[in-house]
Write a protein of this length. Structure first.
Length: 489
């Protein structure tokens, strides 16, 4: 099924035109579910009911899945309902448009479309085949073909058809020669590269440890318990009760605490020094907590979740940076709050690679600098992999953030052949580029035809996305699927 559909952005372009109208004869004994309304187009309901465009599309998409040998899962059915909804909305909009235009297919054109259904293997009309269809099936076939012709007429008038004259499609929106030439020129210049790549995740443990030791106060672990409530006066009342031994700290946790910073036992969950500072409204309060006596009790302290009372349960624990779990915590802190450290470290390493490359060669310099050396085949400048400009090589798409990093792509296509770039940060990677080669292609006839088709697909995509975002469309597919269909399984 997924091979039968082309996806552009989040919009579906149907390769099989007007799939809603592929005729499947009704079969006796097929159970019909209760009518479900999946949304509306204007005043027209998009409902699962025999004979509707939506029901027909669901049946046809389901049949397409099955013909490919797919075992239908719940996720597949969800996609099928979404595809069918899109198809039904288009059918409703197209029908409305043609009705306003005063156009309807002639009886002769409907008859021509019906003829193949009643023809034998030699293409001749067969009364036996005609009579094998029930009157209901023939009536449904005629209605489906009529709606299909309306769909085709509207679609062709808007977007053009497959029929051509003098190299141009008949009807509808055209792709100008200038537009084709412009996009062709964009895709013509291609560059190949060599890259030295550093991944931030490879930041050495030794550097993590060194930074942790230089900032050890952040990773002192405090053994505190905490009570947190929303109201300051309530917190003061609780503190007064604890001091008068009217209630224990533990019972106050159980009875009053919101447990914003603890589990049911009241133990402070995030208890590194830096984590404690993050929950306090005033940084000066951290010194009060860090210097509490054993079994000491704090005053009411203003925290981000309310008003808190802290109890010092045990002596603080100084950090041991030989502990793997602590080292992992330091690494997480650096990744989250000090990412520039890693970038600066690898930018420095990358600059050394550039310096060494003139003596050792790029590949050897990258290896000596413990960078990954990658050869990238030629590709066109293509932000985020636009299909009209050709596919981006896997060597680029596999580097985190590179394909949609404007600075990376601009740098890559600005350096002269044989030259090196300055280190570039792209997502989780730091990269040095060398322009290995530059070439300019001329598209072959079949490639130009593919480009024209690609432009038409984008036109169709835009038309479809515009229609689906219309205020006239009410989409309840997710609501109905999850709340009614799935809940009844």
């Amino acid at each position: 099924m997924k091979k039968t559909l082309i996806f552009i952005g989040s919009v579906i372009i149907l390769v099989l035109a007007a799939i809603t109208f592929i005729f499947i004869p009704a079969m006796a004994g097929n159970a019909q579910p209760d009518t479900l309304v999946f949304g509306k187009y204007g005043n027209k309901k998009i409902e699962y009911k025999q004979g509707t465009e939506f029901a027909n599309a669901v049946a046809n998409y389901t049949e397409m899945y099955r013909r490919q040998g797919a075992e239908l899962k719940d996720s597949d059915m969800y996609y099928i309902y979404n595809y069918a909804f899109t198809s039904a909305v288009q059918a409703a909009a197209y029908s409305e448009g043609m009705k306003k235009a005063g156009w309807a297919p002639s009886s002769q054109s409907v008859a021509r479309q019906m003829y193949p259904y009643f023809a034998d293997e030699n293409g001749n009309y067969s009364s036996a085949i005609f009579n094998s269809y029930s009157e209901d099936d023939k009536s449904r076939l005629k209605a489906d073909i009529t709606r299909g012709l309306i769909w085709s007429r509207y679609s062709e008038d808007l977007l053009g058809s497959q029929s051509k004259y003098a190299g141009h499609t008949l009807y509808g929106l055209k792709s100008s020669d200038a537009e084709i030439a412009f996009i062709e020129n964009m895709a013509a210049e291609k560059r190949s590269f060599e890259m030295a790549v550093y991944e931030k995740s490879d930041y050495p443990d030794s550097a993590v440890k060194a930074w942790g030791e230089a900032n050890k106060d952040k990773f002192v672990k405090y053994n505190l318990s905490v009570i947190t409530v929303k109201d300051q006066s309530k917190a003061k009342s609780i503190l007064n009760q604890i001091k008068k031994d009217e209630i224990t700290f533990e019972d106050a946790v159980s009875e009053y605490s919101d447990k914003a910073y603890s589990g049911s036992n009241g133990k402070l969950s995030s208890n590194f020094g830096y984590q404690i500072k993050e929950i306090l409204k005033k940084e000066s309060d951290s010194e009060v907590l860090f210097n509490m006596e054993l079994n000491g009790l704090s005053d009411v302290i203003d925290t981000n979740a309310g008003w808190s009372i802290f109890h010092n349960d045990l002596a603080k624990k100084e950090p041991d940076f030989s502990d793997a779990s602590l080292l992992s915590a330091v690494r997480s802190y650096i990744n989250d709050k000090e990412a520039g450290l890693i970038e600066d470290y690898y930018i420095g390493e990358a600059k050394k690679v550039i310096e060494d490359a003139s003596v050792k060669g790029f590949a050897a310099a990258a290896k000596a600098g413990k960078a990954k050396f990658v050869k990238v085949p030629a590709f066109a400048l293509n932000y985020d992999g636009v299909s009209l400009l050709g596919e981006l090589p896997e060597e680029i798409t596999s580097v985190s953030g590179a394909s949609s990093n404007e600075n990376f792509l601009q740098t890559a296509f600005s350096i002269k052949e044989g030259a090196y770039s300055e280190p570039v940060v792209a997502g989780n990677s730091i990269i040095v580029l060398k322009a290995a080669g530059i070439k300019k292609d001329t598209l072959k006839t079949e490639e130009k035809d593919a480009l024209v088709k690609g432009i038409a697909d984008y036109d169709s995509s835009t038309s479809q996305s515009t229609l689906l975002s219309s205020k006239k469309v009410e989409n309840k597919v997710a609501e109905v699927f999850f709340n009614k269909i799935m809940s009844n399984k």
